[in-house]
Every structure is written in structure tokens, then in C-alpha cells.
Design a protein around this ligand. Structure first.
Ligand code: XMP
Length: 561
């Protein structure tokens, strides 16, 4: 029997970045706490005369980030902005067209969100998706009414106007993904129906002047030719040139960093994670020793983690790094603490103390660099919080005190995670760094159930090292969102040689996920699990039992604490 969720080993050296690689935010808390100066979006996007952008006006659909992602995959810069963003804010981006997103509202309800007048008055092309299409219809004098039944799922689209630029390269019929309750009863004047589904006579409408509406979602994978339609919209309808590449981003970004920082000083917390590594490398490339990185070893890192990160950045790239081995400080404060939240709080606070102490020693510092990425920005703008954020006090480094009046430098704040990885590659970071699985700020403390002691950390590090080694050897590392060991408090009886043992039980956790908000346990092959278990029990003293965690999130979480 073939299991839908089963994984197969992959040639990991050629994997292309996908949206599946989006990781959790790292230093969001700092940004919120110090409320540093956020650059206007126009300053951090594509620069100069070459600038062109597609603006997605956000009406609240869960797929909105995906629209921006798809457009960018076509090498056209795209930003998602709240639906009521004023023209002054979008004009500097040099928009070539607008996309009105889907959303949960009904246009005929009082107070339903609508597009600003400039969308219709600018003469630029407009593509309305689902709710966006209904907004266009209502605002231009057509009629939208509640549907008799909700249309949800696959539908077959029949194209009646094959010569529309939107459909270039498409066959007469194609599958699309529907998710709507309302329907168009009467198109606005000047519009005609370009394609139909069984239930939607107006599945695609257009006015011959660059304005289109789609009743379905072209951005989702369930609409296989949706990407082509979006591509056609940006190139054939909006006339974009397609200058959004990671190479152009790196060059533009370095220029902007130089301009912004002048002869000021920048500090950054380096953790070895993808975002902080890319941000440090990019800034270092732009301004050299004006950047100082602070790397705090909290004693909760994995085998050789500190050494490897230091070697990569200090020896190989010549970065100025302050390395603080604060193991004793963290472990002393964690003595006797068993409550997971308490552990998290202590680690966050201690980090801030140390970071602040070290920053003071540097003297006058002007900027704090952070690895904020686009999904974090969107999340904070739309105040959609992750379910996990309410369950655990999620953060890497807590929040820096408001008295540290630093300006923020966030060169990655308009990039998706997979774009960050591509920038990392462009900057010459090793594959190992660019493809690192997420590792939580509180580190091994939240994988060591109960009190964190040095002895238990030695055991956990040993087990985790074996697991990673086997996962990488079997070529599963990149397919897994995360894979790690948890040292439980359970001890059980075993037999080794002729002797009775009474040892710890290690739990192996391996999950697949798109965004860490939901996750599934990975269906790793039995023989791989057997090898992992065998090696851990044989090579890690103190462990005589290994179990595999087969719970998904929800109802579990990825980490155990
Ligand atoms: P949970 O355990 O809530 O974790 O399902 C979701 C994702 O977040 C990571 N995680 C953290 N990341 N600081 C971080 O930067 C934290 O305090 C933290 N706690 C959990 C976890 O590894 C998973 O990827």
C-alpha cells in the first residue's frame, strides 16, 4: 500500500527553493519592543529607474502571501499592502498593475472593504481574484449576490475567449480551485465573460482595457495553470520587464545599506540560523567592519554548533564577532527550573542582559540589524498571530529594552524565506548554512524535559548528533521541517550484554511542515528508524530506549516544551 505521506530520499544537492521552506520569525520581538524606525517599503524594494512592481491589495484571504510569492517567481517584484493603502505609499514602487486579493467579506454588506479610487483611475491593469473580482464588479456598477450554494474545490474552466492575453499558452479547458459563496449576477458595463465553469458563467471576466476578474484562485497549487495566468497578467497585460532576481537584490541592497548607515555602527545578534547568517553576511559585504556581530553561546547549543558558526563567520569571512560563552550564566539560572515557560523566560531575559552589556562595550552604536523576513512583516501588519504564539512564549532573544534607541536595519524584510536562502547562496554561504533546519532560541533547554543539567545535555547532544548524521546520510534532511531528539524524564529497565541497565528514554521527533503552524510526523522508513535507534542506544551512554513521536500538530506542538 502506498502511503500518501511517505517520504523518499532526495538528491539534496539540487533542491530548488520552494514556499515550503518558510521558517518562524527570529527577532520579531526585538522589533516590536524597541519600535525602531521602520523603513518605508519603497526604500527597500527594487531601486532606481528599473523599479517596477505589482501591488496586491490585501482583502484578507489566507492565500494572499502566495499571490505575491507567485508573482515574484516570475521575476517581478510584488508587495502585499493593506487594501486601503494610500496612493502616496504605493506610487514610489512604480506600480505596473494591481491585484485585488480574495477575502472573507461580502461586497454587498455594509462596510465591506473596497479598492481605493486610484486603482480604477490610474489606468493601470487590475486583476481581481475572487472577492477582488466582486469588488471590481460592485465598484464599476455590476451586481453581486449571495450564491445559492457555496462553490468550493475543483472545477473545470472552459475558456471561451482563447485570444485573451491572460490565456496565452493555455488549453481550452483547465482545472481551477474555487472557494466562494457570492456570485456575479451582472457584469459591469464594458465587461464580457472570457471563461466559464459549470456553476459560474462569469468565471473570468474582462473589459478589454486591462481589467480582469477571476472567480477562482490562480495562486494555489490546485489551479495548475494559475501560475501561467499570473505570469501572463504581469508580462502581457502589465508589460513588466522582469528584473527581480536575487543578484539584483544583493547589489541594490548593498547600495542601500551603505547609504542608510553612512559611517554609523551596526550590531547584530548572530545565531547561525539562516536569517541571521544571511543578514550578517549581506551587511558585512556592504560595510565591512562597521558591523559587529554578537554571538552568545547559551550552553544550550548542539554538538560543535558554536565552533562551526564561529569558524564560518570569523575565520572564513573575516567578520568582527564578539563571542560570549555564557554557558555558566544560563545553566546557573536554569538550576532547579522544570516549568517550560519559566525556562523560556529565563533564557530570553539572560540573552537581553548579555546582549546589552556587550553592546555597551562597543560604544556608540546606531543600528540594530535583524533577520526579519516578509511573512513576519505581513504578520505584524495584519496582526494575524500564529496559534503557537499563544501557546508558548515564542522568541529567540526576547525583546531588547526600549532604552536601546537603535534604528533598525532589516534588509530582508521584503524577502520570502526561500528568497533568503537564494540570497545566502548568492553571497556564497555554504549549503549547510543555507539549508539549516530551524532551531529554537531556547535551544536544547526545551528539548530536555525537566531540569536542565550538564549531564543531561551531554546525553541529548550525543543522541541528536547521531540522529542528524543518519538523517543527512539517508538524504532526508531538507525534506523535513525539523528532526531532533528529546531527552525525556522517563527511565526504564533494559539489558546490555549480560547486565541490567536503567537508562533514559530518548524520543525522536521528525516533522514535515509548510510554516510550522501545522505539522505532520514524518513517515520515515523503518530501517532508518532502526539504524537511528541502534546507534543511539549503542553510542550514547545513559540511553537504553528510543521511541518515535507519531503525533501531528495540532494537537501536539513541534517542540515538546
Ligand atoms: P512549536 O513547538 O510551537 O514550534 O510547534 C513551532 C516552531 O517554532 C520553533 N520554536 C521557536 N523558534 N524561538 C524560535 O525562534 C522560540 O522560542 C521557539 N520555540 C519554538 C520550533 O522549533 C518550530 O520550528
Amino acid at each position: 500500500m502506498v502511503n500518501e505521506n511517505s517520504l523518499t530520499p532526495q538528491d539534496e544537492s539540487h533542491r530548488v527553493a520552494t514556499t515550503d521552506d518558510i521558517e518562524v520569525s527570529t527577532y520579531l520581538e526585538i522589533a516590536k519592543e524597541i519600535g525602531g524606525q521602520q523603513p518605508a517599503s519603497a526604500e527597500t524594494a527594487v531601486s532606481g529607474a528599473e523599479r517596477e512592481a505589482i501591488i496586491v491589495l490585501d482583502f484578507g484571504s489566507q492565500y494572499n502571501l502566495l499571490i505575491a510569492r507567485r508573482v515574484r517567481e516570475s521575476h517581478v517584484y510584488c508587495e502585499l499592502v493593506p487594501h486601503d493603502t494610500p496612493w502616496e505609499k504605493v506610487a514610489p514602487l512604480n506600480p505596473k498593475g494591481f491585484i485585488l486579493s480574495g477575502g472573507p467579506s461580502s461586497v454587498y454588506e455594509a462596510g465591506a472593504p473596497l479598492a481605493p479610487a486610484y486603482v480604477y483611475e490610474s489606468g493601470l491593469p487590475v486583476l481581481g481574484i475572487c472577492y477582488g473580482m466582486q469588488a471590481i464588479t460592485k465598484q464599476l456598477g455590476g451586481k453581486v449576490a449571495p450564491g445559492t450554494k457555496r462553490e468550493y474545490g475543483h472545477a473545470v474552466l472552459h475558456i471561451s475567449q482563447q485570444d485573451s492575453p491572460l490565456f496565452e499558452g493555455l488549453t481550452e479547458s483547465t482545472t481551477v480551485w474555487m472557494s466562494h459563496g457570492d456570485k456575479i449576477e451582472q457584469m459591469p458595463q464594458g465587461f464580457t465573460a472570457l471563461a466559464q465553469t459549470e456553476n459560474s458563467p462569469y468565471a473570468v471576466i474582462g473589459n478589454g482595457k486591462g481589467m480582469y476578474g477571476l472567480q477562482f484562485h490562480p495562486e494555489v497549487a490546485h489551479t495548475p495553470e494559475g501560475k501561467t495566468m499570473l505570469h501572463n497578467f504581469v508580462y502581457k497585460v502589465c508589460g513588466c520587464k522582469g528584473n527581480w532576481t536575487m543578484g539584483s537584490f544583493v547589489n541594490d541592497s548593498m547600495e542601500r545599506i551603505k547609504e542608510q548607515v553612512g559611517d554609523g555602527k551596526v550590531i547584530s545578534a548572530l545565531s547561525g540560523g539562516v536569517d541571521s547568517s544571511v543578514v550578517a553576511t549581506l551587511i558585512h559585504r556592504a560595510i565591512g567592519d562597521q558591523l559587529t556581530c554578537i554571538f552568545v553561546n547559551n550552553g544550550l547549543l548542539r554538538t560543535e554548533e558554536a565552533e562551526r558558526t564561529l569558524k564560518a563567520f570569523k575565520s572564513n569571512m573575516g567578520m568582527s564577532i564578539i563571542y560570549i560563552d555564557a554557558t555558566d550564566r544560563f545553566l546557573d539560572r536554569l538550576k532547579g527550573v522544570i516549568d517550560p515557560e519559566q525556562k523560556r523566560k529565563i533564557i530570553g531575559e539572560e540573552f537581553i542582559h548579555i546582549f546589552e552589556e556587550e553592546a555597551k562595550k562597543i560604544g556608540k552604536v546606531d543600528f540594530l540589524a535583524q533577520g526579519t523576513v516578509y511573512p513576519d512583516v505581513i504578520e505584524s501588519v495584519s496582526s494575524v498571530s500564529t496559534a503557537s504564539a499563544k501557546i508558548k512564549s515564542h522568541h529567540n532573544v526576547g525583546g531588547l529594552p526600549a532604552r536601546m534607541t537603535l534604528k533598525l536595519l532589516e534588509p530582508l524584510r521584503f524577502l520570502f524565506k526561500d528568497e533568503v536562502r537564494l540570497v545566502g547562496k548568492q553571497l556564497g554561504l555554504t549549503e549547510d548554512m543555507v539549508w539549516r533546519q530551524p532551531f529554537p532560541g531556547p535551544g536544547l533547554a526545551i528539548r530536555c524535559i525537566g531540569e536542565v543539567t550538564r549531564d543531561k545535555l551531554v546525553i541529548l547532544r550525543g543522541a541528536d548528533y547521531v540522529l542528524m548524521n543518519e538523517i543527512k546520510k539517508a538524504k532526508y534532511y531538507r525534506q523535513l521541517w525539523q528532526s531532533f531528539c528529546v531527552l525525556t524524564e522517563v527511565r526504564s529497565v533494559g539489558v546490555m550484554g549480560d547486565f541490567r541497565t536503567y537508562g533514559y528514554m530518548v524520543a525522536v521527533r521528525a516533522v514535515t511542515s509548510d510554516d510550522a503552524m501545522t505539522a505532520d510526523w514524518a513517515r520515515l522508513p523503518y530501517d532508518l528508524l532502526a539504524r537511528i535507534s541502534n546507534r543511539i542506544v549503542n553510542e550514547v551512554s545513559g540511553v537504553n530506549r528510543v521511541v518515535y513521536d507519531i503525533t501531528s500538530k495540532p494537537p501536539s506542538t513541534i517542540e515538546w516544551e
